[in-house]
Design a protein around this ligand. Structure first.
Ligand code: C2E
Ligand code: CA
Ligand code: CA
Length: 445
């Protein structure tokens, strides 16, 4: 019952399905499709088969199945499940819950295509089911998780599809919803989210991952950006999209920001003790940290206490946040620059800043946002924007780093146009400090 799909979305039966060779323990006894654990094993294999997993997981749930069972009895309910499984047979993968089936589109991660396949599945299921001479209309909803947004573990990906399915049902059923990271925290109201964030800080549930920034010519790691995650006790590992806006607007932001500064600098110090060419560590600032007059003294204090050379620290600040600040703040940042800290304009080109911004707010580097890199090799407007940011950097004699480089075509475009530093899944996803240390160890001196 395990199926694979090719890029065009065509369904192709796997060998196991073609030969009917599934081990009995892998088969759901009621419906004959792949059983939950066997399905999860396959999901796990797919999840770890490439650096950036590009696939989708669809979760199909029958609407009001409990009511159906109550009204018609469990025998009839089971028969419906068998019929649903039979209809999905060409596409199905596993029965992962009482009334939930999961479909793994092993190589489709284009949302438009995923929507087409999902709509086809729901329409196939909507034809009436004949049971003992009676017709039943069984309606279903579908939650889709398009990778890599779902997370790094099988349970995160399944939970993501499940949240999307819950949303589809909540929105009235018979519909399709795509997983979005905010769905993980949508269950909380704004107020309880802020309370949970405060709790998370006190309980040390925040973690930093590090994503390498490399020299595009030889792949050597030059720096690492510290990116935050929230290891929530019940919701799992949460990406910033699920909580960062609420955090940034809350009173905890300044404290979390300071913790982040300490943690990232301590890591930079550890690397500088181990590696002669240790990476510089970049942190992202919250607006709340900037409005504190203690930013300058705090950063200086941390650098001194850790004996970390200032040039091992990079501060990323978006033009939007920088523009909101008064002269006093930019004075603090410029003082840090004079100390040797690298100041980088993050997401350059996405905010409201004009080029004259760079005059009143000098920086050491410009970071080209991933939204411009994504289609840089197909979209001539994106290509023109990226080229002009590189030119601005060259004219001002400041560095330019590209974000979101996922493939060789993008790498070649950047190199051909004079950008030699980048960050992106092609070189590594955000990873634990230990993993990055391993990576640095293997790097030729
Ligand atoms: P950002 O500063 O623009 O960070 C880059 C984001 O792009 C990261 O997402 C990173 O994982 C992602 N990314 C990097 N390379 C690729 C790629 O090749 N493909 C794709 N699709 N994505 C790529 P992440 O970690 O989810 O962070 C999202 C945003 O959350 C960050 O955007 C930043 O604005 C905010 N954030 C994360 N950590 C912190 C933090 O510690 N402090 C503050 N103030 N903001 C943070
Ligand atoms: Ca950043
Ligand atoms: Ca960005």
């Amino acid at each position: 019952m395990f199926i694979t799909t090719d890029r065009a979305g065509m369904v192709a039966k796997s060998e196991a399905q073609a030969t009917g060779a599934l081990p009995p323990a892998d088969v759901d006894p009621l419906t004959g499709v792949v059983a939950r654990q066997a399905f999860l094993n396959r999901l796990e294999t797919r999840l770890h088969s490439e650096a950036t997993p590009r696939f989708s997981l669809l979760l199909v749930g029958i609407d009001d199945f409990r009511a159906f069972n109550d009204m018609h009895g469990h025998m009839e309910g089971d028969a419906i499940l068998q019929q649903v499984a039979r209809r999905l047979r060409d596409a199905v993968v596993g029965r992962v819950g009482g009334d939930e089936f999961a479909v793994l589109l092993t190589s489709i991660s284009d949302p438009t295509l995923v929507r087409h396949v999902s709509a086809a599945i729901l329409s196939m299921l909507s034809a009436p089911h004949e049971l003992n001479g009676r017709r039943h209309h069984v309606l279903a909803s579908l939650g889709a998780c398009v990778m890599p947004t779902g997370g790094d573990t099988t349970s995160d990906v399944l939970a993501a599809a499940s949240l999307a399915l819950a949303r589809a049902k909540h929105d009235g059923g018979r519909t399709i919803r795509f997983f979005k990271p905010q769905m993980r925290t949508d269950v909380m109201t704004r107020l309880s989210l802020v309370q949970a964030l405060r709790e998370a800080y006190a309980q040390r549930q925040f973690e930093l991952l590090y994503q390498p920034q490399v020299d595009l010519r030889d792949g050597r790691v030059l720096g690492a950006e510290a990116l935050m995650r929230w290891r929530h006790p019940t919701l799992g590992l949460l990406a910033p999209a699920a909580f960062i806006d609420a955090l940034a607007a809350s009173s905890v932001a300044a404290d979390v920001g300071m913790w982040l500064l300490h943690t990232a600098c301590a890591q930079a110090r550890a690397w500088s003790l181990t590696f002669p060419d240790a990476p510089r560590v970049a942190i992202n600032l919250f607006a709340a940290q900037l409005s504190e007059s203690r930013l300058l003294t705090e950063v200086r204090h941390v650098l001194r206490a850790l004996e970390l050379p200032p040039d091992r620290l990079e501060i990323e600040i978006t033009e939007t946040i920088a523009l909101q600040q008064g002269d006093e703040v930019s004075g603090q940042l410029q003082a840090l620059r004079r100390d040797g800290v690298t100041l980088t304009c993050d997401d350059f080109g996405t905010g409201y800043a004009s080029l004259s911004f760079l005059k009143s707010f000098p920086v050491d580097r410009l970071k080209i946002d991933q939204s411009f890199i994504r289609n840089v090799t197909q979209d001539s407007v994106d290509a023109a924007i990226v080229r002009s940011v590189i030119n601005v950097g060259q004219s001002l004699r400041i560095g330019v780093v590209a974000e979101g480089v996922e493939n060789n075509a993008q790498r070649e475009f950047l190199l051909a146009n004079g950008c030699i530093e980048a960050q992106g899944y092609l070189y590594g996803r955000p990873m634990s400090a230990d993993l990055l240390t391993e990576h640095l160890r293997r790097q030729p001196r």
